[in-house]
Design a protein around this ligand. Structure first.
Ligand code: ADP
Ligand code: ZN
Ligand code: ZN
Length: 725
């Protein structure tokens, strides 16, 4: 009987063998017995001889697919991922498929719930609904055309939907969404601006490579028209009937982005984001696999979407840290995109105003073609960037007097202003005025953040929370005061200073919940808010044409961080934030408040720009023998007994002691030494030679898995680690 090698989703870096009456094609899902359980695995190959010479192999229980659910390129990429990240192949293949297929669901399309108007609902003017404003909106929207149930639930409360259904104005229908089998027939290129010289060069370089592998890095200052370059490059791909996959950061996938692509080409755009149901996700997968979606836009895991006629890959804001998965299969979607483009023989575009040093290095050494856009598109000019020395200055709500005046001036000119602070909540600590005691999370030994609106103290490292105490735990004094500044407090301060203007706070607290962020972005673009206060979220590629002033508070911490990437990330953040100012006709400016105005990083960045800073930072990394000039892998271990974590990492480092090309640093405590009561340690492996590091890892892993402590202490390997928290 043929022997089938199956990848099973268990934490073992190997395949398993089963018997079956006939050979099975690689990529078919099978249900197999695994100990007492039944698991869904994927066929890797059919052979005649057992690796283990066993004649007692169990039989496959069920064959779930008639043909492979993966293309051969996808299977190859998964093998590569498994090897490169030293991750079990069964788990890699599971990560690469939609959740419903992981659970054993059918790979054939299933009906989806839609909402549409009834005949009556289509007739009556929505205003007739009187006070029921939300129902009015919903009805008006559906009168324009039906929509999927989940997309409506992302915008409206379920009670609103139910009420309208009860009134028989709208109804729910189940059906398989119409497939766009012939998008090429109605592909229609919408109005587009004439590219400027830099854009035109970029577009022609890219389109010259359609049909073969090539990687491009577009290094284009904020607002230089990168998206326009993508659009015009895509045009040639689509007219050949080929598909395009676009990755965007977690937060960049707004309806505005999608609409821009859909409108330009008059086609359906497949969207993959975290709010989809399993079935909807599966549907996009199937449609793309069948070649029925010309454009697919999605966040990190969308890189696994199959395409029947792949034509191009694009990774927008390629420096964004959300492309690196931080648990389980710790892959980098950008790196996988490079591998995929090479395998599919299609061009890859990476774009950013602030490229990651890894990508810039690849562009400078010729691995990627470097396309530079130095001019802002249209009539927009570069924002002015300045630092403000706040040493010895009185601050009101964290703001210097000069800055408050500036804000007033910009607001008076009917512009919007944007303030960035890296901390959500009201204040980063609650301190006893009498004895100096700071309330700390016992699990993490870090100060709790004060959240006044929620009336609680919350640990931003483990999420634990408790009520705000009335008295000091140490001396019983009632004189507890907030120390430092967070978004909540800054918002209050600005409302006090500028009561005649409205403000909005955008952080992960206020943007939680379906579509809250999109609502806020919409209102900002309609000028319903004049003052925007927020965290990192604000820096992510949004186009706010009316913002002319950006103020950055409290980033000094990053200037002294122990993480060698902190400087790069700060430079990216500052540049991206500055880039939000003056994106249309009105000129913009950015101010950064600091206690260290002469810091060389700030000076270089503001005087010479990110691209100069980045090239200098690359030289520094080279001297310090850090990535991208060397390659790293990181073993993390955590335990309630720090000695155990330390010992395991010592044992691991022994496995590399004979390797000439790999250097071990540590074990050392992680930057975040303790979290949720667990002590966290790290061991860094570093090598000038990527292949040597890979080889050493492959050799060592089987031994490491056998170490006695490896089954007692929680540990993980992170190849090309992006952070050391
Ligand atoms: P980026 O992706 O670099 O932030 P966009 O492509 O979004 O830049 O362009 C910024 C703005 O400039 C958009 O409103 C876009 O429509 C406009 N724009 C882009 N290229 C041109 C051009 N060649 N002529 C006129 N306007 C342009
Ligand atoms: Zn006290
Ligand atoms: Zn904590």
């Amino acid at each position: 009987m043929p022997i089938i090698r199956v990848a099973v989703p268990v934490p073992k870096r190997q395949f398993f063998e089963y018997q079956h009456s006939s050979a099975l094609e690689p990529g078919i899902r099978v249900r197999v017995p695994f100990g007492p359980r039944k698991l869904i695995g994927v066929v890797l190959e059919t052979t005649k001889e057992s690796q283990w010479q066993s004649d007692k192999l169990k039989a496959i229980l069920d064959v779930l697919d008639e043909t492979s659910i993966f293309s051969s390129v996808q299977l190859k990429l998964c093998q590569w991922l498994s090897q490169y990240y030293q991750h079990p192949i069964g788990d890699v293949l599971h990560s690469a498929m939609p959740v419903s297929l992981r659970k054993g669901g059918s790979s054939q399309p299933k009906p989806v719930s839609f909402l549409r108007t009834t005949d009556e609902g289509q007739q009556i003017p929505s205003e007739n609904l009187g006070k029921a404003r939300k129902q009015q909106q919903l009805l008006a929207q559906l009168q324009q055309g039906e929509a999927s149930y989940s997309s409506i639930l992302a915008q409206y409360a379920s009670t609103t939907v139910k009420a309208a259904v009860q009134k028989k104005l709208i109804e729910q229908v189940e059906r398989i969404p119409s497939l766009d089998t012939d998008w090429l027939a109605h592909l229609n290129i919408g109005e587009k601006p004439l590219p400027n010289v830099e854009q035109a060069i970029a577009i022609s370089q890219i389109t010259a490579k359609i049909g073969e592998y090539a990687s491009f890095l577009i290094e284009g200052v904020t607002g230089s028209g990168k998206t326009e370059v993508y659009l015009q490059a895509i045009e040639s791909v689509l007219t050949q009937g080929k598909q395009v996959l676009i990755l965007v950061p977690e937060i960049g996938l707004t309806p505005q982005t999608v609409e821009r692509f859909a409108k330009r080409f008059n086609v359906l755009v497949g969207i993959l984001h975290s709010n989809l149901t399993d079935n909807e996700r599966l549907l996009v997968w199937q449609q793309s696999q069948a070649g029925q979606l010309p454009i697919i836009i999605g966040t990190r895991s969308a890189i696994f979407t199959p395409m029947k006629n792949p034509g191009m890959l694009i990774v927008d804001e390629e420096h964004d840290s959300s492309y690196k998965q931080q648990d389980g299969l710790r892959y980098h979607a950008r790196d996988l995109a490079v591998m995929r483009a090479a395998q599919e023989k299609i061009p890859l575009i990476l774009g950013s105003a602030t490229p990651a040093l890894e990508s810039l290095n690849n562009a400078l050494n010729g691995k990627y073609q470097h396309l530079i856009l130095n001019e802002r598109a249209g009539n927009a000019s570069h924002p002015k960037q300045q630092v403000l020395d706040i040493r010895n200055q009185p601050l009101e709500f964290g703001l210097a007097k000069g800055i408050i005046e500036r804000i007033g001036q910009h607001l008076a000119q009917e512009s919007q202003v944007m303030l960035f602070i890296n901390r959500r909540g009201y204040a980063p600590a609650l301190v006893c005025h009498t004895c100096g005691h700071v309330e700390e999370c016992p699990g993490c030994n870090k100060p709790y953040t004060l959240h006044k609106q929620l009336y609680k103290l919350q640990c931003h490292h483990c999420g634990s929370a408790k009520a705000i105490p009335k008295r000091c735990q140490s001396c019983n004094s009632t004189e507890l005061s907030a120390m430092g500044l967070g978004t909540e407090q800054l918002e209050q301060g600005l409302q006090t200073l500028f009561p005649q203007y409205t403000s909005v706070r955008i952080d992960s607290d206020s943007a939680r919940g379906k579509n809250r962020l999109n609502d806020m972005l919409d209102k900002i673009n309609r000028n319903e808010y004049q003052i925007l206060i927020g965290t990192q979220i604000l820096s992510k590629g949004h186009h706010f044409p009316n913002v002319t002033l950006v103020v950055i508070l409290e980033v000094d911490g990053a200037l002294f961080s122990a993480d060698y990437r902190a400087a790069e990330h700060l430079a990216q953040l500052v540049t991206q934030l500055a880039g939000r100012a003056g994106r249309a006709e009105k000129p913009g400016e950015m101010w950064l408040q600091t206690h260290d105005p002469s810091h060389p990083l700030l000076q270089d960045l503001l005087n010479n720009g990110y691209s100069h800073f980045a090239r200098y930072a690359l030289l520094e990394r080279e001297q310090a023998m850090l990535p991208p000039h060397t390659y790293q892998a990181l073993f993390r271990a955590q335990s309630s007994d720090p000695r155990l974590a330390n010992q395991l990492l010592m044992d691991i480092s022994m496995q590399f002691s004979y390797s000439k090309h790999v250097q071990c640093i540590g074990p050392l405590p992680a930057l975040m030494e303790k979290r949720q009561g667990k002590f966290r340690m790290q061991l860094v492996l570093s090598s000038r030679n990527r292949a040597a590091l890979q080889h050493a890892l492959s050799q060592a892993m089987p031994n490491i898995e056998q170490l006695p402590l490896a089954s007692k202490v929680r540990w993980a390997l992170d190849v090309d680690p992006q952070d050391f928290m």
